[in-house]
Design a protein around this ligand. Structure first.
Ligand code: GLY
Length: 320
């Protein structure tokens, strides 16, 4: 779909669909793409039903939710990102504050938490009954099947008893998720937001691609926006979001760019899947996945939409 002159629209990953209304309303009222993507992402973050983002996100290895998020402005190329931040409900808004108020582009862990506190960002409990259940089951499994004694040092014993690569391979396939939201406003300005609790039961301190500009998030008014969900270690290795923008800028159509970026992931010959969400400056949208048997979809609304429109993306199989 090519629209010619800019008109406001918003799109998001599978888990963003029902939350796009908030962003679409902002765009209809003449608001900015930055405000729109932040508003929709905040709703996903505070939804307890999403086990991969914000409240209700599955905890890390030590039972604590650690969140990553980033925001990029396509007009100025300014960015804000936070990694491994604990105890704040809306990491995307901490990222926005960082982008607008600080001379830094990425803060992690305690530094990010101190910054969020100073900025008055909303603190809160991220744990839910469901996320607690998943963590309890993980700990029980560790005690029962890994021959670990229930003692204060069980975590260390567990780590020593495991082949961490095998363990993480299973987790990376079973539990992952992230939200991507992108928008263009009536002035033709774009923004891209990404937020996640990262791989479930991850090693504490692990950062995924969602906090890494260029890997999980990139946005440039002149070209488009790109973001990723899936096993962030892969998109970090390929700078997937920035590479997608590069492919678009050098003339690949949006579908061809997405296919190339997913083929690049297959070329790493590693485990775990990758998905991308892309929009271009003409208003075309696309999503793609490397995961066999998975339908790639994304949701779209513009200022004339009553409900989000489900758009089918492409599945890029591993070459035989
Ligand atoms: N893509 C999210 C992560 O790997 O943490």
């Amino acid at each position: 779909m090519s629209t010619g002159k800019p008109r406001a629209f918003i799109l998001g990953t599978r888990n963003a669909g029902e939350f796009l209304h908030a962003g679409a309303r902002i765009l209809s009222d003449g608001g900015t793409a930055l405000d729109a993507v932040e508003a929709s992402t905040r709703l996903v973050e505070s939804s307890p039903g999403d086990s991969s983002v914000g409240v209700g996100g599955i905890a890390n290895f030590l039972g604590v939710q650690e969140l990553d998020a980033s925001l990029m402005c396509g007009r100025t190329l300014r960015t804000g990102a936070v990694g491994a931040i604990k105890g704040f409900i809306h990491p995307i808004s901490v990222a926005r504050k960082l982008m607008e108020e600080a001379p830094h582009g990425l803060l992690v862990a305690e530094g990010a938490e101190n910054f969020a506190r100073v900025m008055g960002c909303e603190a809160g409990d991220l744990e839910t009954e469901e996320s607690k259940k998943v963590y309890t089951a993980f700990v029980q499994d560790a005690f029962e099947h890994a021959g670990i004694d229930e003692s204060q040092s069980w975590v260390l014993d567990y780590v020593r008893s495991q082949n961490l690569r095998e363990w993480y391979t299973r987790l990376a396939v079973e539990h992952h998720g992230t939200v991507n939201v992108q928008a263009m406003d009536a002035d033709g300005n774009m923004a891209c937001a990404v937020s996640t609790s990262g791989t479930a039961l991850k090693f504490p301190g692990r950062l995924g691609d969602s906090a890494i500009i260029g890997a999980g998030n990139y946005c440039d008014n002149r070209v488009g926006a790109a973001a990723c969900t899936g096993r962030g270690e892969l998109s970090i290795r390929n700078s997937t979001a920035r590479t997608l923008i590069h492919y678009l800028a050098e003339g690949s159509g949006i579908e061809a760019a997405a296919v190339r970026a997913m083929q690049d992931i297959h070329a790493l010959n590693s485990f775990g899947g990758m998905n991308c969400l892309v929009m271009d400056a003409a208003g075309n949208t696309m999503s793609a996945t490397t995961v066999t048997g998975r339908e790639s979809i994304h949701w779209y609304m513009d200022t004339t939409s009553n409900e989000p429109e489900k758009r089918i993306g492409i599945n890029v199989p591993k070459p035989q």
